[in-house]
Design a protein around this ligand. Structure first.
Ligand code: SF4
Ligand code: SF4
Length: 164
């Protein structure tokens, strides 16, 4: 996995234009069965990709934290939400709460998340490859293929399976 992650940025950048064109076409004419296909591709990929071997999303980027995320995590940590914000979060250019720094403070050396059960919704859903109407988040996916090897593989498989 280490080698795969080292090469991912370069591989994603080589595919960027091709992916951009593919998603532009997909947006114009999404196949009827896209939701089912994405579910299948996502499940297939995560049968062979183990996030515990990777942790790249937690190391290199972070989720945004909703109010509900903050309250849930602060309760779990037995601190006030305001203290949680002061210690771990900052407000980004889009007015969202994000991590002050990466790697995420809750990521262990073994790639386990120490707040796994109460982790932010965005962490639970990353890399969003099983979400409905997947073509609507292509701007995010174009970035995520450079971070997440599973997302990269899923997009490659999409291009093989969807002829547009
Ligand atoms: S909260 Fe957990 S899952 Fe989310 S970025 Fe941090 S370590 Fe990763
Ligand atoms: S979601 Fe992607 S980037 Fe994050 S740990 Fe799993 S394979 Fe790695």
């Amino acid at each position: 996995m280490k080698e795969e992650l080292e090469q991912l940025g370069e591989k994603a950048s080589e595919k960027h234009l091709e992916n951009k064109k593919f998603f532009a076409k997909l947006k114009k004419k999404p196949p009827k069965q896209l939701d089912y296909l994405m579910q299948e591709l996502h499940e297939q990929e995560f049968q062979s990709t183990d996030c515990l071997d990777c942790g790249n999303c937690c190391r290199t980027t972070g989720p945004l934290f909703t109010r509900m995320d903050i309250e849930r995590i602060a309760k779990h940590l037995k601190i006030r939400p305001s203290k949680f914000i002061d210690e771990y979060l900052r407000v980004d250019g889009e007015n969202d709460y994000v991590l002050q720094q990466v790697p995420c403070a809750f990521l262990g050396a073994d790639n386990y998340c120490s707040i796994y059960k109460v982790r932010p919704k965005a962490c639970r859903e990353f890399p969003h490859t099983d979400r409905k109407k997947f073509h609507q988040i292509s701007h995010l996916t174009l970035k995520n293929v450079a971070i997440c090897p599973a997302a990269y593989n899923i997009v490659e498989e999409m291009k093989r399976r969807i002829k547009i």
